[in-house]
Design a protein around this ligand. Structure first.
Ligand code: SF4
Ligand code: SF4
Length: 112
């Protein structure tokens, strides 16, 4: 089992999650974060910290697409352990549906 980041994170990136993770398993893309499923120890601490409710346990159904995305891009994007300022327009994208199709970027972020 692992926790996964869904597309609710896209363009939000509040980053409240990264500072609480005891094993530093968040990775930063251009406009979202992912969790490395093989590093996550399933502690669940990050889930309630995310204001966008983007983090879910993979025991919930229908998350296969996001589990795959977390596994693929956590191997490509840089590690992030320190909270940065979120984008100025982050609140405009909170709760917007279909963000993956409209905005997902495979480009890496800057990391720490
Ligand atoms: S707190 Fe939630 S929305 Fe923000 S970066 Fe972490 S997973 Fe993404
Ligand atoms: S569940 Fe725990 S180990 Fe996994 S990403 Fe969240 S804080 Fe890190």
């Amino acid at each position: 089992m692992t926790y996964v980041v869904t597309d609710a994170c896209i363009k939000c990136k509040y980053m409240d999650c990264v500072e609480v993770c005891p094993v530093d398993c968040f990775y930063e893309g251009d406009n979202m974060l992912v969790i490395n499923p093989s590093e996550c120890i399933d502690c669940g601490v990050c889930e309630p910290e995310c204001p966008a409710e983007a983090i879910l346990p993979d025991t919930e159904s229908g998350l296969e697409q996001w589990l795959e995305l977390n596994a693929k891009f956590s191997a490509e994007w840089p590690n992030i352990t320190t909270k940065k300022d979120s984008p100025a327009d982050a609140d405009d994208f909170k709760g917007v549906d279909g963000k993956y199709d409209k905005y997902f970027s495979p480009e890496p972020g800057e990391g720490d």
